[in-house]
Design a protein around this ligand. Structure first.
Ligand code: PEP
Ligand code: MN
Length: 407
């Protein structure tokens, strides 16, 4: 028997996949609604290729939410071409994703590779992703089918549309009707892009199936400069949403940095999507953008202001605590500069170059770990550390003769 469930045979209605959202830590009206994929509103799913740490995913979740993304993506289990490449943080990443959802309200989309992990991933993820390499992994599709959890099913990079629809049929035949198809580029002879986005797949799939179709321009292009134009093309061709890789610092990404937008580029893209959505008769589902009651991480200008219910006295106490810490920080910077100056003198006496860029890179490389330990955004700590190095550098190069104390 061929396709039955994915065709219009048994239904004339388009499937709208509903992804229930959990209210964030502070609740709120918007937080109780569902995200729907396949309706009038375009859904933008954004986040890093891989979850690289707790602070990192909390940071990027908050940033993509502010820019108007309605779901958060992030790989916990990564299907890497090389067995020696970063394979993902696994269960820890699932915990971090759940935390990011609690903080921002954004539902989580994450890939599952192994049928044995399906149950566990389903406990954490709102939407399970089947990657291009697994589109025809039938035991995996069956297991996901049994969960009934919404699934993003990516087209195999060498799969025909019929094969993609047959893969969807497998999920549906096991009882799961909540399938979102994803065109993510196919392999062609063209080497300028990582894959070739098959734009015609979008209207063809829409004609052949009632299932929603989203597009992943990041994996199609493999390069950031094409993510925006491919997104526009996808929307114009009738896509129901986009899946976009966003990394806080693409140059340092553990995977797919070349195709990941930084948060600023993502924000810009989001502002440019609206006219294409309007031309296609759709609106962007940006209900989570701007101030969300659950948002409390990272970059809010109000982070240190008094929360409702706190008295001015509590505010004064908080402020004096901040002042105490500032004093300590300044004292510590003074100590650091002094040590750097001493190190400069020792290097000079030994005939070594005063500026040692290898050493500076090592110091910066440690920041990732320190940021993760402190639960701080990597990008912010990196900028701070770079500035500290700069101050120490200046102190070292200014010192032309041995340091003297007193006048
Ligand atoms: C991903 O989304 O990070 C991914 C691995 O995608 P694909 O399966 O399309 O290569
Ligand atoms: Mn990726």
């Amino acid at each position: 028997m061929s396709r039955v469930l994915t065709t219009f045979g048994l239904t004339s209605d388009r499937t709208i996949v509903s992804v229930p959202t959990q209210s964030g830590s502070a609740g709120g009206a918007a937080a109780t609604a569902s995200i729907t994929v396949g309706g009038d509103r375009l859904v933008i799913i954004a986040g890093p290729c891989a979850v690289e740490g707790r602070a990192m995913i909390l940071d990027v979740a908050e940033r993509v939410r502010r820019s108007g993304a309605s779901m958060l993506r992030g790989g916990a289990y990564k299907p890497r071409t090389s067995p020696y490449a970063f394979q993902g943080l696994g269960m820890d990443a699932l915990e971090f994703l759940a935390e990011a959802r609690a903080a921002t309200g954004l539902p989580i989309v994450t890939e599952v590779l192994d049928p044995r992990d399906v149950e566990h991933v389903a406990q954490h993820a709102d939407v399970m992703q089947v990657g291009t390499r697994n589109m025809q992994n039938y035991p995996l599709l069956a297991e996901i089918g049994r969960t009934g959890r919404p699934v993003v099913l990516k087209r195999g990079f060498a799969a025909t549309l019929e094969e993609l629809l047959m893969a969807a049929e497998h999920v549906m035949a096991h009882g799961n009707a909540h399938v979102i198809l994803c065109e993510r580029g196919i392999r062609t002879f063209e080497p300028s892009t990582r894959n070739t986005l098959d734009v015609s797949a979008i209207p063809l799939l829409k004609a052949q199936t009632h299932l929603p179709v989203i597009v992943d321009p990041s994996h199609a292009a493999g390069r950031t400069d094409l993510v925006a134009p491919l997104s526009f093309a996808a929307i114009a061709a009738g896509a129901d949403g986009l899946l976009i890789e966003v990394h806080p610092d693409p140059a340092c990404a553990q995977s797919d940095g070349d195709q990941s937008l930084d948060p600023t580029a993502f924000t810009e893209l989001m502002t440019r999507l609206a006219p294409f959505a309007a031309a296609a008769g759709r609106t962007l589902d940006t209900r989570w953008g701007g101030a969300h009651p659950a948002a409390g991480i990272g970059h809010s200008a109000n982070d240190h202001n008094a929360r409702p219910g706190q008295s001015p006295k509590a505010l004064a106490t908080l402020r004096s605590g901040i002042e105490r810490i500032d004093r300590k920080i300044v004292g510590l910077i003074g100590q650091r500069v002094e040590l750097a100056r001493d190190a400069g003198r020792v290097k000079r006496e030994a005939g070594l170059p005063v500026i040692d860029e290898t050493q500076e890179h090592e110091v910066l490389a440690r920041v990732r770990e320190l940021a993760a330990e402190a639960g701080l955004p990597y990008e912010d700590l990196h900028a701070l550390q770079a500035y500290l190095i700069e101050i120490s550098r200046r102190a070292q190069t200014r010192q032309t003769s041995p340091r003297t104390t007193g006048p």
